[in-house]
Write a protein that binds this ligand. Structure first.
Ligand SMILES: Cc1cc2nc3c(=O)[nH]c(=O)nc-3n(C[C@H](O)[C@H](O)[C@H](O)COP(=O)(O)OP(=O)(O)OC[C@H]3O[C@@H](n4cnc5c(N)ncnc54)[C@H](O)[C@@H]3O)c2cc1C
Length: 323
């Protein structure tokens, strides 16, 4: 497996010659003010609203993220996160996007980080740079096996499981709040939900501060998952991840990848929408709106929207929830 470049952009620290300068007079940026920890925000009284952007693959994607984030800053998310790509230049774009969202809109930004293609040494460097950049939240993940491979194999001197990354982050920077992934309908590789929950427990024991779930379309899967976590002594907040569906094709691809169940009623509605993308999008927004209303009524600590770098669904949901 090729070693993947370490992203460079979250790397500039005050005093670093590569640090961005403000204006032609050479005046440097003001001192970096660290982000609040999401665990502190979750401890507040109201449920949080957060958005997930995916790392753009090229300049067109970066422009789409810029346009979407510009529109979405008005809904004042409590925090946003940016995914970490499987390798190559998309990883630099994760870092660039995090910097952009933080500096341009003053958002609390949580970079994702995976173990794919990185040694322990690489990961240590990346975490230190993230911390030096003022970020105080990291979503710590193992990552998926590369395309075409069914088994995950760690990079030389790298990690096998996300729990090891959690432990590394906490040992170097105890002030960094660490989020981890949870799978209400089981991680696809896990032999059973019980085995997966035991492994989730390892991430919590390693110091994870909160869990964000994989997407799901039936809230009962989430409620059951939370109950089973609590029964195992997992007490940290479990934030539901919600995807407003865009099309039948998309949901079939996502459910195949994630193992999430596709409720019959949603499938029927999307089939009825046929090839009319706008109608399918309306179906997706309506489904997500009902899901979120129900989750909020059940007292969830917040909800995390997989916005797929488009503003429309998140804006429509915010408007719908305001009523
Ligand atoms: C909220 C969220 C955000 C995500 N963001 C990204 C992203 O930005 N980039 C990206 O590439 N992917 C992302 N993913 C996908 C994620 O990388 C994959 O689902 C990956 O396959 C598992 O990652 P994990 O961190 O859950 O791994 P782990 O927690 O390590 O679990 C992976 C598998 O290993 C098992 N396992 C864990 N520990 C042990 C152990 N000690 N012994 C035996 N088995 C064990 C688990 O049961 C599970 O089956 C995200 C997923 C979620 C839920």
């Amino acid at each position: 497996m090729n070693k993947t470049a370490i992203p460079e952009t979250i790397t500039s620290t005050p005093g670093d010659p590569r640090a961005p300068k403000r204006g032609a007079n050479g005046q440097s940026h003001p001192p970096i003010v660290p982000d609040p920890a999401i665990s502190t925000l979750l401890g507040g009284r109201r449920p949080l609203r957060s958005l997930e952007f995916f790392a753009p693959k090229d300049d067109t994607g970066s422009e789409a993220l810029r346009i979407a984030s510009e529109a979405l800053q008005h809904i004042r998310p409590d925090f946003v996160s940016v995914t970490y790509g499987a390798g190559g230049s998309t990883r630099d774009r994760t870092a660039q996007s995090c910097d952009f969202l933080r500096h341009n809109f003053g958002l609390t930004v949580m970079p994702h980080l995976t173990c794919v293609g990185h040694s322990r040494h690489d990961l240590t460097e990346i975490i230190d740079r993230i911390h030096a950049g003022g970020f105080r939240n990291v979503m710590a993940l193992r990552g998926d096996p590369p395309k075409g491979e069914s088994d995950f194999s760690p990079y030389q001197d790298g990690f096998h499981h996300a729990s090891e990354l959690v432990a590394l982050i906490k040992s170097r920077h105890p002030d960094v709040c660490v989020g981890v992934g949870g799978y209400p309908e089981k991680h696809p590789e896990a032999p059973s939900l019980d085995a997966d929950l035991a492994n989730l427990r390892l991430k919590v024991d390693a110091g994870a501060d909160f869990i964000t779930t994989q997407l799901f379309f039936d809230n009962t899967a989430y409620y059951r998952f939370v109950d089973r976590c609590r029964a195992l002594g997992i007490a940290i907040p479990i934030v539901p991840g919600i995807l407003p569906v865009l099309s039948l094709r998309q949901i079939q691809r996502f459910t195949a990848l994630s193992g999430a169940g596709l409720p019959g009623r949603l499938l029927t509605q999307l089939e009825a929408a046929g090839n009319h993308d706008e109608t399918a999008e309306m179906v997706g927004i309506d489904w997500a709106l009902h899901q979120i209303r129900d989750l909020l009524a059940h007292g969830v600590p917040g909800y995390h929207l997989y916005v797929l770098n488009r503003a429309k669904a998140a804006l429509a949901l915010t408007a719908g929830l305001a009523a």
